[in-house]
Every structure is written in structure tokens, then in C-alpha cells.
Design a protein around this ligand. Structure first.
Ligand SMILES: [Zn+2]
Length: 154
């Protein structure tokens, strides 16, 4: 999972975070070691999926530098994270367009880097956008708040 966040006061700069659950703290130090108590059935990192996540978060960064992370987007994001449903049509459209734009940038980045076998990528895009459609209808659960601040969370 991952996310992008602009850095306050630093125009055109931001932070992309990729999270690997169960890996030893501190999280900003690369390691192959797991935290004590990690369940044995936790799968290893799928680097291809992680690449897609990274490319998608880069897509959000690109969108941010293009000026799409404006006050309307911030309001839409706040509404998405809130419990009130249904979301307005305009809120859904703003979020949907941003997610689609981030995936479009991700696709272009992969192609620019000679990654052209994109079947799995396109499946991931379809799944992610489908999950957003659910989130437009269903409010976030407490589980979402504690476990998922990922690309699916914009
Ligand atoms: Zn996203």
C-alpha cells in the first residue's frame, strides 16, 4: 500500500510512501526482516504489485504538479474519508477523475520505462477503480482507518 502527500510550503514537492506491513521498524530503513510476532502466513512482498502502487502514487504527484489537488479536491477527499453517504455526484466525479488520472500517469510512466506487458497492471487499475465505486456508496469502516491509508485511499 502507499500514498502521496504534498509537502506543505514546498510547491511541486511531495512525499510518496510505500508501506510494507510487518517489516521491522523503523519503517524508513530498508530491511528484509519482519517484526517479532508476524504471522507465518503473511505473504512476501509482491514487487510487481508494489511497482504498480509506486507508479500510481507518482501519478498522484504528477496530478498535483498539474494543479489538480486544489481546494475542491481536498473537500472531496474529506468527504470520501467521512462517514456521510451518499456522496454528491460532483464529489464522486472529482475523486474518480483524480484516481483515473493517477493511473493514466502510472501507465505512461511504465511504458516510458519499457514496461509494456500491462495485463496485470490493467487488472489492478480496474480493481482499484471498482473499489472506489464501492467507497462512493459505503462509508469507511474502523478497519479502513487503522489498516488502509493506501493508494486506494488516494
Ligand atoms: Zn490513488
Amino acid at each position: 500500500m502507499g500514498w502521496f502527500a504534498p509537502l506543505d510550503g514546498l510547491a511541486e514537492k511531495g512525499l510518496i510512501v510505500i508501506v510494507r506491513n510487518y517489516y521491522r521498524e523503523p519503517a524508513d530503513v530498508p530491511t528484509r526482516d519482519r517484526n517479532p510476532g508476524t504471522p507465518k502466513d503473511v505473504p512476501t512482498v509482491d514487487l510487481r504489485e508494489e511497482l504498480f502502487t509506486l507508479a500510481h502514487e507518482y501519478g498522484h504527484f504528477r496530478s498535483y504538479t498539474e494543479g489538480h489537488h486544489n481546494s475542491e479536491y481536498s473537500k472531496a477527499l474529506t468527504a470520501l474519508e467521512g462517514a456521510a453517504r451518499p456522496l454528491s455526484e460532483s464529489t464522486c466525479e472529482i475523486i474518480w477523475n483524480e484516481e483515473k488520472r493517477a493511473w493514466d500517469h502510472a501507465r505512461a510512466l511504465l511504458i516510458d520505462n519499457d514496461i509494456t506487458q500491462l495485463d496485470d497492471f490493467e487488472k489492478r487499475v480496474a480493481m482499484s477503480l471498482s473499489e472506489y465505486k464501492k467507497r462512493f456508496i459505503d462509508p469507511p469502516t474502523e478497519m479502513d482507518a487503522t489498516t488502509s491509508h493506501d493508494d486506494e485511499a488516494c
